[in-house]
Design a protein around this ligand. Structure first.
Ligand code: GCU
Length: 593
């Protein structure tokens, strides 16, 4: 028994509301602090980790315990920080010990933080790049905030709780799959858990710049730049926007923490051929926010997608964050390899499936001139009628937008994938699309939509709320007859651009066979030949995203060909062995674009 409750040491055995009271401290999109080029003091490295299948940590308040050695314990305990494993952060616990591979539950990360205050009145934010799925953070035994959403960042204010000298930071991360979550409990990827992206402390002045959005002003015919600044508090202030290479220096009046300015400007436009980025700086009081931003316009006209006024075709590939050694933890080298392979494939476009990927992905795509579809995991049978589920989905979307709003490479926000057509789904996703448009009027909104099976035509009432209709189709794989793709095209007359947001076939590296031999490299290659015949001659299909670049882990897949992997990669899970289809598609893409 711990010291949980001096009066009744057994109270925690009867309290199933042990998690109540933490929801209030949830970090959301509105509290997120963009990095903005500001220094983050890294807390990556070794942390103590204790798995907690039964939520004992919250039941018995492990966060409130002192870390006295066992020799000094007055009563027995069930938790001892030093008994935890020393693990690297960022990482996924599933890949640290074989017995943790399939662990789904809570886990307690602990490390000391030695703090030296710099300036009086400074604020200190704990910046967490990503933790799957939900987290609660405690500093020196006190709750400092929580977050839900397995792929978006959060900022927790440690200013009040942090003290000079040694501090103890504990973060409980929990990755249970649940029907009311986003994604829900049934997914075709691996449910990694842990503090799997970078974590650090950001020092800020008392009043600081929380979020900034800078882009070509919508409706300005690419002749003006608009900037929106959000401060940490609803106070009046003044800020300065500088874009030295454009000779821009202008004042932004801020009222109640919000400031907007629009200035005439003719920047060289960002595009895949010329991914031009500008240094942009916003100064407000003592705080300086900086970023490198590309200016481009993306819109649709009829069934065309126009980048800077010119019609484009998207030759793309989908990617997951999944690595044999690191799981969902992405490194810069890993991201650059993904882009190198995409380039070799002749792709100018990537769909980041099915959740927000690491912040670096869009930053590097900005430099490299790749176009991105970024989405939130509103995947399959989401609990669409549940307002809490909607709030979670909307917040993940707004966090993604807040984080990547200045990334020229991101041209599409995806609000969902393959969701059955119910009224609840229609309402949920239409609201999400409207919310995305409101938060960011400069990008296109899409979703992987449905086919009307009776009429065998592209038809989804959700499309009325979208700019782009995504269609996942597997004619030639799940549906054996490729000719049905032609039939679908013949029966459809969309008035918006369509992107084949997924298509592909499984192939086990080295498995061969003539004709339609399932899981053979030959059939995967032939599959793409047959697909591209139809795609390249259908004027309203303006892009395709092959499913997908690499084989990836999925516990749904258990044949001898699959063994826990989805094998639709054009490259095997070793991230280097190309299958036949890779070169076939590369050749087709060179002709397509
Ligand atoms: C679906 C789904 C993917 C999945 C793919 C497949 O379309 O969106 O997440 O992995 O099909 O079956 O391989």
């Amino acid at each position: 028994m711990t010291m949980a409750d001096a009066h009744d040491p057994f109270a925690h055995l009867h309290d199933e509301n042990y998690a109540d009271g933490f929801a209030a401290g949830a970090a959301t999109a509105s509290t997120l602090v963009q990095s903005g080029g500001r220094v983050v003091e890294s807390l990556d490295g070794p942390w103590r980790l204790t798995l907690d299948l039964f939520d004992e940590g919250l039941r018995q308040k492990w966060y409130a315990e002192d870390d006295m050695p066992p020799s000094q314990w007055a009563t027995p305990r069930d938790y001892e920080i030093a008994a935890g494993d020393l693990v690297p952060v960022p990482s996924c616990w599933n890949l640290l010990k074989p017995e943790w591979t399939h662990f789904e539950g809570a886990a307690w990360y602990t490390r000391d933080v030695d703090w030296v205050p710099a300036k009086p009145g400074e604020r200190v934010m704990l910046q967490i790049g990503g933790a799957n799925y939900a987290l609660l953070a405690f500093l020196n035994g006190g709750f400092v905030g929580g977050h839900r959403g397995g792929s978006t960042p959060c900022s927790l204010d440690l200013t009040q709780a942090l003290r000079p000298g040694r501090n103890r930071l504990q973060i409980m991360v929990e990755n249970r799959r649940r029907a009311d979550r986003v994604p829900m409990h049934h997914i075709d990827w691996f449910n990694y858990g842990g503090l799997y992206r970078e974590i650090g402390l950001m020092r800020l002045p008392g009043l600081f710049i929380r979020q900034v959005a800078v882009a070509l002003a919508p409706g300005s015919d690419r002749q003006a730049i608009a900037a929106r600044v959000t401060l940490s508090e609803a106070r009046d202030a003044s800020a300065t926007l500088r874009i030295p290479e454009l000779g821009i220096e202008t004042r932004i009046a801020i009222e109640a923490g919000q400031g907007i300015v629009e200035i005439p400007a003719c920047p060289a436009l960002w595009s895949p051929d010329d991914p031009r980025l500008y240094e942009v700086e916003i100064v407000c009081g003592e705080d300086v926010w900086r970023d490198r931003i590309g200016f481009r316009e993306i819109r649709t006209e009829g069934t065309e997608i126009l980048l800077n006024g010119r019609s484009i075709l998207l030759a793309g590939v989908c990617v997951h964050e999944d690595d044999a050694a690191r799981g969902k933890t992405s490194t810069e080298a890993d991201i650059r390899r993904r882009f190198r392979h995409a380039r070799e494939l002749g792709a100018n476009f990537l769909r980041l499936a099915h959740y927000p990927h690491h912040e670096l992905v869009a930053r590097i795509a900005d430099e490299e001139g790749l176009l991105l579809w970024a989405e939130v995991p509103v995947y399959w049978a989401i609990d669409f009628g549940n307002p809490e589920t909607y709030a979670d989905a909307e917040n993940q979307l707004l966090e993604l937008v807040a984080r990547d709003i200045n990334r020229a490479s991101v041209i599409i926000w995806g609000v969902g994938n393959e969701n059955a057509d119910t009224d609840a789904r229609y309402r949920f996703m239409a609201d999400l699309a409207a919310r995305a448009r409101q938060a960011d009027p400069t990008r296109l909104i899409a979703a992987a939509c449905l086919i009307n099976r009776e009429r065998f035509a592209i038809e989804d009432r959700l499309a009325d709320h979208l700019d782009i209709i995504g269609i996942n189709e597997y004619f030639g794989w799940y549906e054996p007859d490729v000719a049905n793709l032609e039939r679908l095209v013949a029966n459809s007359a969309p008035d918006k651009p369509v992107i084949i947001s997924e298509t592909g076939a499984d192939a086990l590296l080295g498995h061969r066979g003539a004709g339609r031999v399932l899981f053979s490299e030959d059939w995967q290659a032939e599959f793409y030949r047959l697909q591209m015949v139809v795609v390249s001659r259908t004027p309203w299909i303006r892009g395709i995203a092959a499913w997908l670049l690499y084989d990836f882990r999925s516990e749904r897949r258990q044949t001898g060909f699959q063994r826990g992997f989805n094998r639709k990669g054009l490259i095997a899970d070793d991230k280097s062995s190309k299958k036949m289809a890779f070169d076939v598609l590369a050749e087709l893409y060179r002709r397509y674009r």
